[in-house]
Write a protein that binds this ligand. Structure first.
Ligand code: GRG
Length: 295
């Protein structure tokens, strides 16, 4: 039952984000094709799903959420396009297909990532036009998303991750990397949903903490799958961390301990969210399912 609903919701998100993609026309057509390829080539759409379901948790019902679903997925897609470049992880396969720079050339890979990021902010800055009564909530959500995607979030985590190549890290440094490289965008998604639905500051703090734990669990599971995952199901090569001489959570704690931590972090995040007193059974089931994800 969960799987059927998940697929329906994922397809609906894909319909929305497809509407927000730029038209493949004019002089910059090549980079637009590369942008659209990067977004449409696959992906689980976890971030827009968490955004929409957190919005629903707090009773949100407006179409104002739709540009946010697109923007958060485009920011995520840009980060993957750049992460796959030769100067970063140097990967040729992503979501079961050629990475953007392999398909369109390195220059277009760089530009498509830049363009996706910029286009996200174009979408976010006009989101309020759908429902001007929510302009204050939109401004607050946009500020939060831009902070978490930037140097005090995803890019900050990525910088430390890159500087750590070949070095031995302690668990605190790895947690810093995970909290910023991965949790920050999950916080952006869930907290934007909460802000747009009118959550209070206290409620927002709870969502932020829960999203941090979900992001940590998500990244530890990603590190586990990089060692024991199935390349066909993952749609990318495994052993990328070893190839790039990266110390990960699993390198330090081992697979079994890491699996336990994924479970503990997830349960703790669920406890935090449930204590708010609102219900969204699909959101709670989705978070729980992420523990055993295989891709
Ligand atoms: C600015 C040059 C430059 C690069 C930015 C910030 C950045 C590069 C990369 C982000 C870091 C990153 C790739 C974090 C990993 C997060 C993660 C586990 C991604 C995979 O997410 P999934 O499993 O992917 O949701 P799908 O394909 O399902 O969308």
């Amino acid at each position: 039952m969960f799987d059927k609903i998940f697929i329906e919701k994922k397809e609906d998100i894909e319909r929305v984000i497809t509407r927000y993609l730029p038209k493949e026309e004019g002089y910059p057509k090549t980079v637009i094709e590369a942008m659209n390829y990067s977004v449409l080539v696959g992906g689980k759409r976890i971030r827009p799903m968490l955004l929409r379901e957190t919005y629903a948790l707090f009773g949100g019902e407006s179409l104002i959420i739709e540009p946010y679903l697109a923007a958060i997925e485009f920011i995520h897609s840009y980060s993957l396009v750049h992460d796959d470049l030769p100067a970063l992880d140097n990967d040729e396969l992503r979501r079961g297909n050629l990475t953007t720079h392999i398909k369109f050339g390195h220059a277009m890979g760089i530009l498509a990532g830049d363009a996706l990021l910029n286009y996200s902010y174009e979408i976010l800055s006009s989101a309020y036009e759908l429902s001007p009564m929510y302009i204050d909530r939109c401004a607050k959500a946009n500020k939060y998303i831009s902070k978490k995607a930037g140097i005090y979030g995803m890019i900050g985590g990525q910088v430390v991750d890159i500087e750590a190549v070949g070095k031995t890290l302690d668990i605190e440094s790895i947690e810093y990397i995970h909290m910023n490289k991965t949790s920050a965008l999950i916080q952006a998604a869930m907290c934007a949903g909460a802000i747009l639905a009118g959550a209070t500051v206290e409620e927002l703090n709870v969502v932020e903490e829960a999203a941090n734990k979900i992001g940590l669990a998500f990244q530890i599971q990603d590190d586990i799958l990089d060692i024991v995952g199935d390349e066909d199901k993952l749609g990318k090569a495994i052993n990328s961390d070893a190839k790039n001489q990266k110390t990960t959570y699993v390198t330090i704690k081992g697979i079994e301990e890491s699996r336990k931590d994924v479970e503990t972090l997830t349960q703790s995040a669920l406890d935090n969210l449930k204590a708010l007193g609102y219900t969204n059974d699909f959101l709670f089931a989705l978070i729980e399912k992420l523990i055993n994800r295989i891709n």
